[in-house]
Design a binder for this molecule. Structure first.
Ligand SMILES: Nc1ncnc2c1ncn2[C@@H]1O[C@H](COP(=O)(O)OP(=O)(O)OP(=O)(O)O)[C@@H](O)[C@H]1O
Ligand SMILES: [Mg+2]
Length: 445
């Protein structure tokens, strides 16, 4: 991308023998259009152009949601432009005159597949949540829609499935985002203190209540009050909560003044609330008040597609610049996918964090996994062919991954050769490999 045709031609001459396809573009505005319409692997742009400066081009490009890697070439480089380039997420920065060998070496380094940048590019985490599972994606869509409303939301799901993250996303994506997000863990606070925690108290409300205490409903103002582990709340307190949910009115403990709550209430539990209602442990009227919209997060064992993505994501998060492992071998990943994850995403996160800190080799292999995971997943493996399980989308993903691994193995890690084996054009094949976070170096002899 440059508005000097001779420079474009010169670059094409350098790149052509090494790239599947090179598109020249003399107008930044046309480049923006092209990048919206077609997938590209990389953008090379100069800084100074008449129609639109290189930095402005990048700002607009990022503004339209593109995360394409960008290499900037400039004849007018100084420290300030270099800093601005880094700030805008430019991957590499070169000064004119361009030395072909140097440009190629930089590009090779940039395009070498590594799970981390590929991940950032293909997943676009929503409020730090990633998932490629169709049920989770549907939940993300609901969150986006529901966040705009004032409706109460009940979030259900086993421990560690991401209920808290969803509650935060509902707040962060909605119009109350600048108001407080106040969280109360109903299981962590002793029953006799929970009431004054929620509603506050006035002096002398009970022995030891000397001053006035502002409760969590007041603190939340017109923000969001997140009642976590609502299933643990005692029956008497449930009645008091019901009163606020019915009319927004409440009193501080020991207080006479009636206060009005404007907060949006979101609740979560890992209990089966419907069953708690049936057995009389949870008030049915409260249940229906909370249950205006409910989101049930699927356990990790029902979304095996997410296991490799989350593993790569956490490895990247906990690596923190240290020389942590590159990733899991295909065998290790397959084993993790067959495991039942009773602690769900949190359990996987802790496992990966341990590896990021303690593992001293480049790859985490099957033998490195804890015995409990290996033995359980072996049993699961002998019971069923996992590629035939789950939804169509999950089965297709499982197949795609296995197929890519097999072609890479046959081609001994040579991506071009593997793409030929698969009869796919190279950029399509490269993209697939990156989407699945596969590292071709693993398959080199
Ligand atoms: N889809 C996801 N993407 C990234 N991280 C996730 C995802 N889901 C969960 N996590 C991470 O897993 C951990 C557990 O998630 P969270 O605390 O939201 O679970 P929870 O359902 O509230 O669990 P509990 O019932 O035990 O309170 C957190 O560290 C969270 O960041
Ligand atoms: Mg939680």
């Amino acid at each position: 991308m440059d508005d000097v045709p001779s420079f474009c031609q010169e670059l094409r001459g350098v790149l052509k023998p090494h790239c599947a396809s090179v598109t020249l573009c003399g107008s930044p505005l046309r480049a923006l259009r092209l990048l919206r319409q077609q997938p590209f692997d990389l953008l090379i742009t100069t800084l100074v152009m008449k129609e639109l400066g290189g930095f402005e081009l990048i700002r607009r490009l990022r503004g339209q949601g593109s995360r394409i890697p960008i290499v900037m070439i400039t004849g007018y480089g100084n420290e300030k432009t270099a800093i601005e380039a880094v700030r805008l997420g430019v991957s590499d920065y070169l000064e004119k005159p361009v030395v072909p060998e140097e440009l190629l070496a930089r590009l090779a380094k940039l395009m070498a597949p590594s799970p981390a940048p590929a991940l950032a590019e293909s997943l676009s985490p929503r409020e730090g949540m990633i998932s490629e599972d169709p049920a989770m994606k549907a939940i993300f869509d609901t969150v986006e829609a529901v966040a705009r409303s004032d409706s109460r939301v009940l979030i259900l799901g086993e421990t560690g499935t991401g209920k808290q993250l969803i509650a935060q996303a509902l707040h962060a994506q909605g119009p109350r985002r600048r108001e407080p997000f106040v969280e109360v863990n109903c299981a962590a606070i002793p029953e006799n203190l929970l009431e004054s925690e929620l509603f506050g108290h006035d002096p002398g409300a009970f022995t030891g209540a000397t001053g006035r205490r502002i409760g969590r409903f007041e603190e939340a103002g017109s923000g969001t009050l997140f009642l976590d582990e609502i299933g643990e709340m005692s029956y008497p307190l449930q009645s008091k909560l019901l009163r606020v949910l019915q009319g927004g009115k409440f009193n501080r403990v020991g207080g006479t003044e009636t206060l009005q709550s404007q907060a949006r209430v979101i609740a979560a539990t890992n209990r089966d609330l419907q069953k708690e209602v049936e057995t009389g442990r949870f008030r049915s009227d409260l249940f229906y008040r909370l249950h205006v919209i409910s989101l049930t997060l699927p356990p990790l064992r029902k979304r095996a597609v997410d296991v490799p993505l989350l593993a790569a994501f956490f490895l990247h998060r906990y690596r923190q610049g240290r020389s942590a492992p590159e990733g899991f071998t295909p065998e290790a990943i397959a084993c993790l996918q067959a495991y039942s994850w009773p602690g769900n995403v949190r359990e996987l996160e802790h496992l990966v964090e341990r590896f990021a800190v303690l593992h001293d080799r480049a790859w985490i292999e099957l033998a490195d996994l804890p015995e409990r995971i290996r033995s359980e997943s072996q049993r699961a493996d002998s019971l069923a062919d996992r590629s035939l399980q789950g939804t169509y989308h999950q089965a297709k993903s499982a197949f795609e991954r296995r197929y890519l691994e097999e072609t890479l193995r046959l081609a001994r890690g040579n991506m071009a050769a593997a793409a030929r084996l698969a009869a796919l054009d190279r950029s399509r094949y490269f993209r697939l490999v990156r989407t699945y976070g596969l590292d071709p170096r693993r398959f080199a002899p």
